[in-house]
Write a new protein. Structure first.
Length: 211
């Protein structure tokens, strides 16, 4: 159960809240793999807002670009199970900031955080640091180039962090693998050849180990 900030509770009681979505993702330089982060939001102008980082749990200030760069984020259900969630968002394909991030860098599997920011409608100030509602990464990205005179967009499919639980472990049982974990651990020193060893067992002679 999430505990609401006192400022949020007060604003809810006064019915003076307006919600906005914040989209934060980190792409890589195609040559050096150096990370570059970008923030977008579904409002006008560029703002610096405090958010709760989903990985560290601490409040940090981040800059978000608006003016139509982030077109649409659907409703994000909050669940308490291990279901891998998938959502689709739409970005402005002709926005310079978006185009530079998507075309100039590598967005594949870019880490993503989506926050819900709550503003006081009277002062347009953030009542509390924005909280994360979705944590994951970019699964697929499609740049829709429209015919002349029509509107283009970038469709981004996101999957939640729980997708990591579906990964298979490619490691194998071998001496080399074990020593990579701990240099002096030789538990699997003879793993590759022990299956061919010949040993007597009662009256029968055969392999020490059979798969």
């Amino acid at each position: 159960m999430r505990t609401l900030d006192a400022g949020v509770v007060t604003a809810l009681q006064a019915r003076t809240l307006r919600a906005r979505n914040l989209f934060w993702f980190t792409v890589k330089d195609r040559d050096t793999d150096a990370p570059t982060s970008l923030g977008l939001w579904n409002e006008v102008g560029t703002v610096t807002l405090n958010v709760i980082d989903a990985y560290t749990g601490s409040s940090t200030a981040r800059t978000f670009y608006g003016a139509g760069s982030l077109i649409d984020i659907p409703d994000i259900p909050l669940t308490a199970d291990l279901t891998v969630r998938e959502i689709g968002i739409t970005l402005n394909g002709i926005d310079d900031v978006v185009a530079n991030a998507i075309r100039g860098y590598e967005p594949k599997l870019a880490p993503v955080q989506i926050y819900r920011a709550l503003f006081n409608v009277n002062s347009w100030t953030l009542v509390a640091p924005a909280v994360p509602r979705f944590v994951g990464f970019i699964d697929t990205l499609t740049i829709n180039t429209p015919p002349e005179g029509e509107f283009g967009s970038i469709a981004v499919k996101l999957v939640s962090q729980l997708r990591e639980l579906t990964r298979a472990n490619p490691d194998v049982r071998s001496d080399e693998s074990q020593r990579a974990r701990s240099t002096g651990d030789r538990f699997f020193e003879y793993a590759e050849e022990v299956g061919e060893w010949k040993q007597w067992w009662g009256k029968a002679k055969g392999r020490l180990y059979r798969s």
